[in-house]
Design a protein around this ligand. Structure first.
Ligand code: FES
Length: 224
């Protein structure tokens, strides 16, 4: 199964580095659970603690609107809208996946033409609406709105001043994060924003794409 868009040169570069580091550390042969680390142990998996999955509806995380589907007319380029994916539990009832902090999302709507590579434009709505994981890839803090040069809106991590450019695939433009915030592929179904699969690159808590891919495969097996 190929889940990732390989055209992102930053992701490809990171994967190469991670693979090299992994080989030199000679850590092969670890079990799935130990490989995945303690952040997302499969044995504690529930629909509420799952990552964003195909078909999940994006709903508000803000307490004032918690659980309401995010509407297109609520989105802007200057202020992120924080959201959770909402899927279904084993009985088909709606469940908001807020049990794993890695699932938190940030959504923007930019004017046509502002979103550029390495953003995966096919995974946006009309090249305007884009969703990213909102946990900093450095140490896992929630990333917030910030200001770049000339007052340009960017994403800023309050913990160690990591900065990301949401118009360009959330690439790192400042501070210590080692890789971009992961993009979540979305589409519009009626008036709802819906995930078309899980994150396109590794979220916080994972260093290697293959570990993340194995984890998501396991989640889909257990929750389908
Ligand atoms: S946790 Fe975000 S920069 Fe350190």
């Amino acid at each position: 199964m190929t889940r990732y868009k390989k055209q992102d040169p930053e992701i490809t570069r990171r994967r190469f580095i991670n693979t090299a580091l992994g080989a030199s550390a000679a850590v092969g042969g670890l079990s799935l659970i130990s490989t995945l680390g303690s952040a997302n142990p499969v044995f504690r998996l529930t629909p509420k603690k799952a990552p964003p999955l195909k078909g999940d509806i994006l709903v508000h995380a803000d307490p004032a609107k918690f659980g309401q589907p995010v509407r297109v007319d609520e989105l802007s380029a200057d202020k992120l809208v924080r959201a959770w994916p909402q899927g279904k539990d084993e009985n088909g009832a709606p469940v908001i996946r807020d049990g794993d902090p890695t699932s938190i999302l940030a959504i923007y709507r930019f004017p046509k033409g502002e979103l550029k590579a390495p953003t995966n434009l096919e995974a946006t709505v009309d090249g305007e609406i884009v969703a990213y994981g909102d946990r900093c890839t450095h140490a896992g803090c929630n990333v917030d709105d910030g200001q770049g040069p000339g007052g340009r809106s960017i994403m800023n991590c309050p913990c160690h001043s990591g900065q990301y450019e949401p118009r360009e695939g959330c690439r790192v433009i400042g501070g210590p994060p080692g890789h971009p915030l992961p993009q979540l592929p979305i589409k519009l179904e009626g008036d709802r924003l819906v995930a078309t699969e899980t994150f396109l690159s590794v979220p916080y808590g994972y260093n290697k794409e293959e570990d993340w891919e194995k984890y998501v495969q396991k989640v889909e097996e257990l929750l389908s």
